[in-house]
Design a protein around this ligand. Sequence first.
Ligand SMILES: [Zn+2]
Length: 245
Amino acid sequence: MSDALYALFELVRIDESARAIDEKLRKIPQAVESERNAIRRLEALVNQQRKALEEAERLLKEQEQEVAARNEALGKAKSRSGRAQTLKEFEASEREIEYARKALREAENHRDALRERVQKMREALSKAEEELKKSQNELAKRESALSSEIDSLRKQYEHITNGRDKWLSMIPQEVLRIYERVSKARVPAMVEIKNGACSACQMEIPPPRFLQAQRREVVQCPNCHRFVYLREALERLEPFEDDGE
Ligand SMILES: [Zn+2]
């Protein structure tokens, strides 16, 4: 006797497990997606900081040149003062020196402020780079852990679906066609009859179908169209061990 009901029961069990594994496999890439996005944002931030630092360094360089120019101007004013021949010339050159000193001081103050700013930006950047590196390393670790999880799930999947063809071959084509349809819409596609009713939708199984179920025939719930079975009928015999096919 080729027990289609038992084969269908096993097929549903296999497909349910395979579906659960599939679901897990689909969710794995999503698990690290938010971390990946966070790292992308961090990278963008670090790049911004890097560019801002480059700009600040360029300004500092310009200001250092400005200080050098002011220094040179002061030197020239001093040497002109040494060449003054009248009191008026002398006073004028003294004012020029005073002005040049003031300009130099201002330029130096500005340069010092820029230096301090550049220093702070360098420190902030190196801190941000460190954080980025840390997050990248953590993500790499997570990804490698997930990839071994994926491997193990794929192996489980193969192991579980291994005997599927054997059961398939024991189920009539028309039942398989119904199964294809039902399993797309209903999870699980086969449920137990409990207290005379479909345990998924609670619809009572009409007496003729109940009798069929008792005879281990393939029966569907009239309401949700799932396959239904009676546990005691299914467990009454171990069909394939004893049959010898
Ligand atoms: Zn039902």
